[in-house]
Design a protein around this ligand. Structure first.
Ligand SMILES: [Zn+2]
Length: 195
């Protein structure tokens, strides 16, 4: 008896045959013939490195739409990386993209329709001799990772930041204050007491 290919195998083959096409969840569920189709899709993305993008990664896509963006697989290191290394890098970077400053899970500043999803990238590219050592890793959002924010964003210095904040509306300044309080609450308390 010939065993039918499993739902992951069917999904993989279908995605490869339809690379670049936007596919909806009904199609993928039908291909997988399984209610677990979304989990299988995640495995193909996270474990096999297929570049499967959703509305969280690409402007103009709706929830429930997916596209295999390229036939290239993501570098093996991202898949082989331990949960601990990933958590260490994300924590060190404050769960914030180190290129554009977008925070994980929040709407992306350059595309409000997208939730920011963080990946781990190299600081010095492997082709330039960079290593997989945690010291050479940083959090980077899918927008920057995809090169959508292709202007190289120079990290602003304190003077530039303050100038920006000063001319922002008060309501936005309070958003900055809230964020700083969440991050530096204890430090703020100490400084207030010393004043
Ligand atoms: Zn980014």
């Amino acid at each position: 008896m010939v065993r039918r290919p499993g739902s992951k195998t069917r999904l993989r083959a279908y995605l490869l045959a339809h690379a670049g096409e936007v596919l909806d969840s009904d199609t993928l569920r039908a291909v997988a013939e399984s209610s677990e189709w979304a989990r299988r899709l995640r495995e193909l993305r996270d474990e096999e490195g297929m570049e499967i993008l959703s509305h969280n990664d690409r402007a103009g896509m709706k929830p429930g739409q997916y596209v295999l963006a390229s036939l290239n697989l993501q570098p093996a290191f991202a898949r082989g990386m331990s949960k601990e290394t990933r958590a260490l890098v994300l924590d060190r970077n404050g769960f914030t993209c180190q290129m554009c400053g977008a925070a994980a899970g929040e709407p992306h500043p350059y595309d409000e329709g997208k939730k920011t999803r963080l990946h781990i990238g190299h600081i010095i590219d492997k082709s330039q001799g960079g290593t997989d050592d945690p010291g050479n890793l940083r959090a980077i959002c899918s927008v920057c990772n995809e090169g959508a924010a292709n202007i190289t964003l120079v990290r602003p210095d304190a003077a530039k930041l303050l100038a920006q904040i000063r001319r922002a509306p008060g309501t936005d300044q309070v958003v900055v204050l809230d964020w700083l309080m969440r991050k530096y609450g204890d430090e703020a308390k100490r400084r207030l007491e010393a004043m």
